[in-house]
Design a protein around this ligand. Structure first.
Ligand code: TRP
Length: 362
């Protein structure tokens, strides 16, 4: 058993499988035994660029959570193929997303960062859970209805059972906490329902996961329509991608929609554009909104936009630099992903074996 690939924080799970015996003799072993951290699972599709919204609302928080939880950050490539993907682009984006996680400060030795398709447990549990999910439940999913409207030429069954695969992702590891955007609330709810139904029949197999929807007020809004959430599927100028070059960031900030007044003050309803910029600066520069209002008293929107661009560039530049370095060493990235996938596979067997035993496959 190659224990060295197991991130320290995960070893507690192995205690149940007696595998921990192999490391108990070491100093680390003692530490591992004391590990009672809860498990956090998050999945992101490698189907496009991540935005400043993803960074402020999610990835930055993961940095804070990585010490508190045993974290699993999955590149959900199996979810991505529910809409057509260009194979070479998908291959690249999987690596890019993993690199972005690491470049943003998530330590691949401490957290499990891997690609979903490399761990067959996701697909295996997905099938079992499909048999415990009702079509009536799936018919209610609003995201399915939205996607059907968007891709009328490719309404495939994968799109329909997407929430079941997501439930499998989460339940496969006994996840306690799932940080997701509010658009995923319904999917998390169905995961809880499926788990509860299964447990009701077979006893306590699955942990019922809780959602983590982040702090209110960290919702980054679109630069061109500040009443809507920043989204990568919107027009180019409405979002800042995490990999946007500094001059692109500056240009997009300059074009950000504000209002016809001149006063810089926080008011989400009356001044959504200005408030959005204030929030972005406040989130990234750790200054309060009040301090910023004072700082900008008597100044113009141009100053505010300049400052927002400075702050965003300062936050993203080191990440972009690190990302570039990582992408130049694809062999390292792939080895890291392979190793972590192997660890995730081993972890997944604990629950998958239990499920198979319970339903009569073993
Ligand atoms: N459906 C999620 C999204 O589009 C991605 C996802 C797949 C996910 N599996 C997950 C998120 C498990 C959290 C947990 O955002």
């Amino acid at each position: 058993m190659d224990i060295y690939v197991i991130p320290r924080s995960f070893t507690v799970l192995y205690i149940y499988d007696n595998i921990v015996l192999l490391v108990l003799g070491t100093k680390e072993g003692v530490k591992m035994q004391e590990n009672t951290k809860k498990i956090l699972f998050s999945g992101v599709q490698p189907s496009g660029t991540l935005t400043l919204g993803n960074y402020i609302g999610a990835i930055r928080n993961f940095n804070l959570l990585q010490d508190e939880y045993n974290c699993i950050f999955c590149v959900v490539d199996m979810h991505a193929i529910t809409v057509r993907q260009e194979p070479s682009l998908l291959r690249r984006r999987r690596l890019e997303l993993a690199a972005l996680y690491i470049a943003s400060g998530l330590d691949p030795e401490k957290n499990l960062i891997y690609c979903q398709s490399q761990v067959s447990g996701h697909a295996e549990l997905n099938w079992v859970l499909c048999c415990f999910t009702y079509m009536g439940e799936l018919n209610r999913m609003t995201q399915f209805k939205d996607k059907v409207a968007k891709h009328p030429d490719n309404i495939n069954a994968g799109l329909y059972t997407y929430p079941v695969l997501m439930a499998a992702d989460i339940l496969l590891f006994g996840t306690d906490l799932v940080p997701v955007g509010s658009d995923q609330k319904q999917h998390l709810e169905i995961a809880r329902d499926i788990a509860t139904r299964f447990n009701g029949i077979y006893g306590d197999v699955f942990t019922i996961p809780d959602g983590y929807f982040g702090k209110a007020g960290t919702r980054v809004m679109s630069l061109s329509d500040p009443l809507r959430k920043m989204s990568k599927s919107d027009t180019e100028d409405s979002f800042i991608a995490m990999l946007d070059e500094p001059d692109v960031i500056r240009r997009k900030m300059k074009r950000a929609v504000t209002d016809s007044e001149t006063e810089i003050r926080f008011d989400r309803e009356q001044k959504p554009g200005v408030s959005n910029l204030l929030e972005i600066i406040s989130a990234l520069d750790n200054v309060s909104i009040e301090q910023l209002e004072q700082e900008f008293a008597g100044k113009g929107y141009g100053d505010l936009k300049n400052r927002a661009a400075d702050v965003v560039i300062a936050a993203l530049e080191p990440i972009q630099h690190e990302h570039k370095k990582l992408m130049a060493d694809k062999a390292y990235l792939q080895t890291m992903l392979d190793k972590n996938a192997e660890t995730a596979s081993k972890l997944s067997y604990r629950i998958l074996n239990k499920v198979y035993r319970k339903i009569g496959f073993r």
